[in-house]
Write a protein that binds this ligand. Structure first.
Ligand SMILES: Nc1ncnc2c1ncn2[C@@H]1O[C@H](COP(=O)(O)OP(=O)(O)OP(=O)(O)O)[C@@H](O)[C@H]1O
Length: 285
């Protein structure tokens, strides 16, 4: 990987302290490059979400980080490039400041976390009110409108309530919210799984275009390997808490190294035969 790193995980381990303890993430090391889409694949229960929450320091007991480090590069506010910040040991208040600002997350059920009694404009504006308190109200409203335009919802929806929007639109609002402060890293945990395939594809195309425009990196988590092959620069395959293989998407598809990767590829009929060819050669979103 030739890009500058944005995020590095070094030997990260997370255990759920139950009886018997569950080692959900085991000694995971990986790097996410600037502007890169890193796919994280693996079957249900392999530890993908636990890993994502650990990076964001959003784990709750009984989950506990038992080893390793998470470093966000160039995030310190001490100069043009900024220094590296170790997230695993950062005081909670500073982590709160970095969250949304530098790393944002969109998860599967995110669209249901919108407050039903507030307009989406008010909910977007709240992100600015909390993180950019000096921003004037008019500018806030203008930025919220721009964001809704950017994700294809349209500024005219600022005064809509969540129930007036479709599931796809609501999830786009959550993506707008995640991108509001121009984070350098977007973690997406099954962000479109609950949506129908066409809506899912449209949203992914938009994320890809926005990434080109704004230059953020994406960690995209899903069990949908064909989807990851289309949208990722590199893919990490997780099994039982460990990353067993990490390589460029096309290498992973054409020349998988690990037995488990081969099995995973084989479990998607759409990846074999002519249709599989289409998946790899089809429009790159
Ligand atoms: N609160 C908890 N207490 C105990 N074990 C847990 C808890 N939450 C998750 N686990 C276990 O940790 C492991 C990893 O779960 P995790 O949700 O991270 O996997 P995942 O790959 O994201 O799965 P999915 O795709 O189904 O969300 C699983 O074995 C799961 O049963």
């Amino acid at each position: 990987m030739n890009r500058d790193p944005v995020l590095t995980l070094e030997g990260l381990s997370v255990t759920y302290d139950v009886d018997p303890p569950v080692e959900a993430v085991r000694d995971v090391s990986l790097t996410v490059g600037r502007g890169e889409v890193l796919g994280l694949a693996g079957e249900s229960g392999c530890g993908k979400s636990t890993l994502a929450y650990a990076v964001q320091r959003l784990l709750k007991p009984p989950a506990e980080i038992t080893g390793g480090r998470v470093v966000l590069h160039g995030a310190g506010d001490d100069g043009a490039r900024g220094s590296d910040v170790e997230l695993t040991t950062l005081p909670a208040a500073e982590m709160d400041r970095l969250r949304w600002d530098q790393i944002a997350m969109v998860f599967q059920g995110a669209m249901n976390s919108l407050n039903p009694v507030l307009t989406i404009g008010a909910q977007l504006a709240d992100v600015f009110a909390r993180h950019r308190p000096s921003m004037r109200r008019a500018e806030r409203t203008a930025r919220c409108g721009e964001l809704l335009d950017m994700v294809g919802v349209g500024a005219e929806r600022l005064k809509s309530f969540p129930h007036e929007l479709s599931g796809g639109m609501r999830q786009r609002v959550m993506i707008a919210m995640a991108l509001a402060l121009r984070p350098r890293l977007l973690i997406m945990d099954e962000p479109t799984t609950a949506l129908d395939v066409l809506v899912q594809r449209e949203i992914l195309q938009e994320i890809s275009a926005l990434r080109q425009e704004l230059g953020f990196s994406v960690v995209f988590i899903t069990h949908d390997l064909p989807l990851l092959l289309e949208i990722s620069d590199r893919i990490a395959v997780m099994k039982a808490g460990q990353v067993v293989e990490i390589s460029a998407a096309s290498d992973l598809y054409h020349d998988p190294q690990h037995e488990y990767t081969k099995r995973l590829l084989g479990s998607f009929p759409s990846l074999t035969g002519e249709r599989g060819d289409f998946v790899r050669k089809g429009a790159h979103v």
